[in-house]
Design a protein around this ligand. Structure first.
Ligand code: PLP
Length: 396
């Protein structure tokens, strides 16, 4: 089927929720993708931080293949070993309590929001509130959407779920003021991803932690994009002065198979009871097996050290380019702040022509989320392409 055929079918049958680049990918391996014409691309977006172990990592492919041939689904009315082993692995590598599985990031946040509201009701709070940062992104289901201020403001999607408010990023004072007796939780990303890679300052994280502790609210860190080694530690919070009560994970967790998780401390893990929450597919043996294979790869001190080293290498090289104003982020979660006036979408389109995939989360920013298994040569190739593209942009 030609690209024109695909586009005609899309136009006829798919809801218009995405603006796709005119490209069909047919194969992936490590940090490389190939389109239907056989052209090779260096993938520095990794399916928006999903393919962190690279495309079609042999260990993940083998684990999924074996599990798919044996048992794919039985529902949460029965036990399967991959699910409980994954819960153990996630809890023991983070907050030590219990996990709830979901099928996406937004759903992992829905679970966290439920835990927070129920936890607040137990404190006698009648109308619990969740506080987030402006420009946070927590997903598109209604609860997660209500905690995503820029999208929640869309009047076409009203009425919004009540009980959500936001404060400017890194405004510790505003955060302290916003958290009060009716606060159920502060729900934030440790580094804002979708809005352009903006890290939360330690001071703001500490303000959130302390404010929550003072009123008995929960601190929820959305590690859907930052987690699983992306920043050079298994969880981003490990490189900060705070530890959350709940963390949410998804994206890279299944290496491409949909799965999310909400992981709790022992105390927060006791809040939900039978009937409070559920999901037909969640934690199924296929997705859980994929996630166990992914964790086996990314929960490795040598890989995490390499992510920190490569991140520093990438950041230094980008900063040396003409047209780059600043480099934000941690590890291999990189936001490239471009000089005023540079159209990042045009740059992305040009980079695609040059065989490099990145994206433009906002007008003057490129976001780079390469697989964590990328090598130095591929980093050099990406930086060279960005340098050439910036040069030709400046000359045009
Ligand atoms: N939270 C963060 C930080 C994200 O980056 C995303 C997706 O980009 C989500 C939540 C939503 O995840 P999903 O698209 O799997 O629902």
């Amino acid at each position: 089927m030609s690209l024109a055929d695909l586009q005609a079918l899309e136009e006829r049958y798919l809801m218009r929720t995405y603006r796709r680049a005119p490209l069909e990918f047919v194969r992936g391996e490590g940090a490389l993708l190939w389109d239907a014409e056989g052209k090779e691309y260096l993938d520095f977006l990794a399916g928006i931080s999903v393919c962190s172990v690279g495309h079609c990592h042999p260990a993940v492919v083998e684990a999924v293949r074996e599990q798919a041939g044996r048992l794919m689904h039985v529902s949460n009315l029965f036990y399967t070993e991959p699910m409980v082993r994954l819960a153990e692995r996630l809890a023991e590598s983070s907050l030590g309590g219990r996990a709830f599985f979901s099928n996406s990031g937004a759903e992992a946040n829905e679970c966290a929001i439920k835990v927070a509201r129920k936890h607040a009701h137990r404190r006698g709070v009648e109308a619990p509130e969740i506080v987030s940062f402006e420009r946070d992104f927590h997903g598109r289901t209604y609860g997660a959407l209500a905690a995503t201020p820029s999208l929640a403001a869309n009047p076409a999607l009203a009425p919004m779920l009540p009980g959500f408010r936001s404060v400017p990023l890194n405004d510790a004072g505003a955060l302290r003021e916003a958290v009060g007796e009716s606060t159920a939780a502060v729900l934030i990303e440790p580094i804002q991803g979708e809005s352009g890679v903006y890290p939360v300052a330690d001071e703001a994280l500490l303000a959130a932690r302390n404010a929550c502790d003072e009123v008995g609210a929960l601190l929820i860190l959305d590690e859907i994009q930052t987690g699983l080694g992306r920043t050079g530690s298994l969880w981003a919070y490990e490189q900060t002065p705070v530890r959350p009560d709940l963390l949410t994970s998804a994206k890279a967790l299944g290496g491409g198979i949909p799965i999310g998780a909400c992981v709790a401390t022992p105390e927060a893990g006791e809040v939900l009871e039978p009937g409070d929450h559920g999901s037909t597919f969640a934690g199924g043996p296929l997705a859980a097996t994929a996630a166990l294979a992914v964790l086996e790869i990314v929960d490795d001190p040598a890989l995490l050290r390499r992510v920190r080293e490569l991140g520093a290498e990438l950041g230094d090289a980008l900063l040396a380019l003409d047209g780059v104003r600043e480099v934000r982020g941690r590890g291999l979660m990189v936001g490239v702040g471009l000089e005023e006036g540079v159209d990042s979408e045009a740059l992305c389109a040009d980079l695609l022509e040059r065989g490099l995939i990145v994206n433009a989360p906002e007008p003057a920013t490129l976001r780079l989320l390469p697989p964590l298994t990328v090598d130095s040569t591929q980093i050099e190739r990406a930086v060279a392409a960005i340098g050439e593209s910036l040069l030709s942009y400046a000359e045009s």
